[in-house]
Structure formats: structure tokens, C-alpha cells
Design a protein around this ligand. Sequence first.
Ligand SMILES: Cc1cc2nc3c(=O)[nH]c(=O)nc-3n(C[C@H](O)[C@H](O)[C@H](O)COP(=O)(O)OP(=O)(O)OC[C@H]3O[C@@H](n4cnc5c(N)ncnc54)[C@H](O)[C@@H]3O)c2cc1C
Length: 502
Amino acid sequence: MSDEESGRSAVRDWRAELGEEKVLVGKACAKRYGPNVTEYPQRRLVGALFPHDTRDVVQIVRIANEHRVPLYPVSRGCNWGLGSKQPPVDDCAIVDLSNMDRILGVDTDLHYAVVQPGVSQKALFQHLREHDIPLVLNVTGAGGQASVLGNALERGVGMLGQRHRDVRGLEVVLGTGEVLRTGSWGYTDEQDACSHHYPEGLGPDLMGLFMQSNLGIVTAAAVDLQPRQDVCLMLAEVSELNLSSVVDALARLRARQILRDRIEIMADDDPRLGSIVEQAGKARTWQVWVAMHGPESLLHPQRDLIEVAIGDFCQRLRFWREDDVAAEGWTGALGARFDLVQGRPSDYSIESMLRRYGADEAADADLDHEQDAPGFVCVLPAVPLQGAKFQAVVAVVDEVSRELGVDVFMSFASVSSTAAEGFIRVPFDRNDPRAVAIAHRWNQEIHTRLLCSGTVPLRVNIEQLPEVIASGGDTGWETVRAIKKALDPNDILAPGRYCPPS
Ligand SMILES: Cc1cc2nc3c(=O)[nH]c(=O)nc-3n(C[C@H](O)[C@H](O)[C@H](O)COP(=O)(O)OP(=O)(O)OC[C@H]3O[C@@H](n4cnc5c(N)ncnc54)[C@H](O)[C@@H]3O)c2cc1C
């Protein structure tokens, strides 16, 4: 049977099993899932499926196996710059989980929430506020509509650390159609069961198998929440010459746990800095954000230690408490940053990017990102938190960007005491085929040159995995393939995403 015939048969069976309203095909489907902000060629789609619960997902996977039609799951599909809702290969059906948007429970004492994949950052924030629960989510800068779960599964980075570390348990539909609950969760039938005080359970820890992987469709997860606390924010201005010393000093503070949260280092032309930084005509500087949570008695000595460690290397060093910002007017970059570090999702990052790239501000509120936002490519390398190596990555980016004549924006957010994720990006005009080609070439060049110098990406877009796999490694990818064979023998789930082809 041809791919087309298999697709048609699968659609017929999905319609019969799920109901017409949960299956979308044809032009409407292509229009909804094809356009993407990076202008990746639009993949041919079999259709899109809208499950309402885990049972629907099990049926979707069963029928996909029967007809050998691959599936590509998205939680809310806001994976901008990495592929949005586009699968890596043609002839998939999208499993759009955005209708599975229930918050199944919040345990205030053990501070976690159990959520379905369609729950957005904004929805969870509002739930906590409406129920007066003094807990916060580790939010990302990707705005209110992005999902809690998709980002964590992709090992995204929030204001309080890398997000997969927040996950305490997963409910997963495997490629075989079986349902697995990881760790302690597997001992109970309840979806909102209070079994998440010790996520590992007994035996091998399976949770990591489903992060950056195509081994299952996650239908629910328990995610950590953190107590709401006072925050102090540091912003330092550092010259290019002193960048290396500051990175080393902050890494040491992080290793000694004097700093526990994210350190973020931005080139001074980053749109998110707004009017905090004057840029006119001076040499590039770097702006370093550090957030510290806790009571004043803890924050005071922390501030002193930071000043001793980096004070001499900074052109400017300032600490803010929330009250200071409220007094100065709760707007712009500073207000947005306090929102984020306090667990309040903010669209500021997206809005500032749109403004800088020349999008119509008036359209912001109703903007369909994939259709209307300016073009956007990014590379996300895992950069060592070591001054010299850090600057070597910056040098590669500068060199390629100069060669290709593009404006690049660079920032780096720590994910541990030893690594930071680079968020290195180029905007482009989507209506100019030459600009699109140059931006894609820039993306490819940076990716390749960093890979050659041993800097592996922290996340990849839907096209870059084959090069990473080909670049070496030991038996790691072979092992992934063997696990895939066991959990998804027909290669039904997201072929080409974080797993070598079978
Ligand atoms: C201005 C701007 C700011 C950004 N800020 C940040 C930031 O601060 N931190 C950050 O990490 N990213 C950031 N991003 C990148 C991206 O937008 C986010 O990671 C976003 O959260 C991803 O969208 P999503 O959560 O809807 O996940 P999705 O797009 O739904 O999914 C992401 C990936 O996970 C897979 N997946 C999703 N759900 C499931 C599931 N249930 N089962 C199995 N696989 C699944 C998908 O196939 C896909 O590969 C930013 C992007 C922009 C443009």
C-alpha cells in the first residue's frame, strides 16, 4: 500500500474511533500546521488529531501502528526557531495535545502540580493565583501560551533552572500503545495520586528516557513548584575584555552554591534589555543578570560575596529588590524580569523581539506567530561555563555572522555550575528568499563549526540531528536505537526526532 493510501485508511479509522471533530485534514490542516517562523519547508501532513484524554492517545497510536502512519506529538507547538509544529519528516499526522489542558491536581505541601500537556504557563499561573496557592512555576521567557510540559520534555531552560529537572513523574503512551507511569507513580491507578514525594521509585530511572526523545507521547506529568519568595536581582555591565574573568568568578560562586539560580549573560544589543542599556556608538558590553531568592538575612551576605568576586571587573553593578522597581514604575525590562523570576509568565521577551525586528506592535495581541512574526533562526549550544571556552564560542559566532553579513543576538543562561545554554539568533525578512537562505546558511555554519570544535548543541531544530549523529559519539545513538526498537517497534513516533532513523 502506498503512503497516501495508508494515510487515507488511518484517517478513516481515526474518524470512526475518535469522532469527526478530533481529526483535521487537507488544506485546513496544512494552513494551521505548515507556516513556521523559521521558514522550514512545509512537510506533507496526513492530518492532525486532537485527543481529549489518554484513552484517545492510546487509540491514535494503535491505529497508527495498524496503518504504519507516523505521529508527531506537540503539546502547544510553540517550539519557535526549532521547528514550531513541523515534524522532521513528511507524511506524519500531528498529535496536537492542546485540548488535553486539565490541571489534574496541586499538592501544596509537597509542592507539585499534575498537568496534562496542553496546560500553558499562563493557565497554571492563573490557577495558582485564583486558589491562593503560594507556589510558583519555573517559567520560561517563551510567554504565557507556551506549554508547561513540551518545554520541559525538550529540556528547555526556565528562570529557576533547566526544566526537565522539575519533572517528578510522567504518564506516557509508548509506541506499542502501552501506558507507562514512571517511578512511584506506577504503583497507583490515580492520575492525580500523591505519589510524587520520591520520583525515582525503585529500579532504573525511566524518566530521562522521555526527555528529548521520540519514545513515547507524554499524556500527563507531575511538575515541581517552588515556594514564592522574595527576590533580589543583580545587573552588571562587563566589558568584552573582562567577560572571561566574570564568567569564571560566577561559575565558582555557582559551584559553591552561593548562587543557586540562573545566571544570564546578554550582549548589550539584546532586545530584552530595552532601555536599561544605552548602546549608542560604544564598544559591545555584556549585561549579566543574576537572581537570588530568599529572605534579606540570606541575600545580604550573598550580595557582599558577589561584589567581592566580580566588583572589580564590572563597569556597573546594581542590585534591585522588588520594592525598588515598583517605586520606579513596573514597566519594561526590569519589571518583566521580576515577573519571570517570581514565576509570573510574561510575553515581554516575544514583544521586545517583535518590536526590534520591526513587526507591527499594534498586532501583538492577536499575532499568529507562525504566520505574521518576523523570521527567526537560532542555535542553542551547551557552552562550558569557563571564561576562555565561553569567549571562544562568542568568537565563532562573531566570525560567521561577519562573513555572512547578518545581525546576531547572543545570550547565555546557566543550566548548572558547569554549563550554559546559548540562545544565539538571527532575525530575517520572511518575504525575501535571499534573506531566508542566508539566515539558514548562518544557522548551519554556526552549528557545524561549533560541533567541529566540540561544542554539542543543547537542543536541535528538526533538520540538524543527522549531522550531530554523524559527528561521532560512541555507542550512545546505537543504544537509543535499540531502546526505540523495544518501545516503538514500528517507528511510529516522531521519526527523525532525537533518534537515528531505523
Ligand atoms: C522570544 C522567545 C523566547 C523564548 N524563551 C525561551 C526560554 O526562556 N526557555 C526555553 O527553554 N525556550 C524558550 N524559547 C523556545 C520555545 O519557544 C520554548 O521552548 C517553548 O516552550 C516550546 O513550545 P511548547 O512548550 O509549546 O512545546 P512543543 O512545541 O509542544 O514541543 C516541544 C518539543 O517536545 C515534543 N513534545 C511536546 N509535547 C510532547 C509530548 N506530550 N510527548 C512527547 N513529545 C512531546 C515536540 O515534538 C517538540 O519536539 C523561546 C522562543 C522565543 C521565540
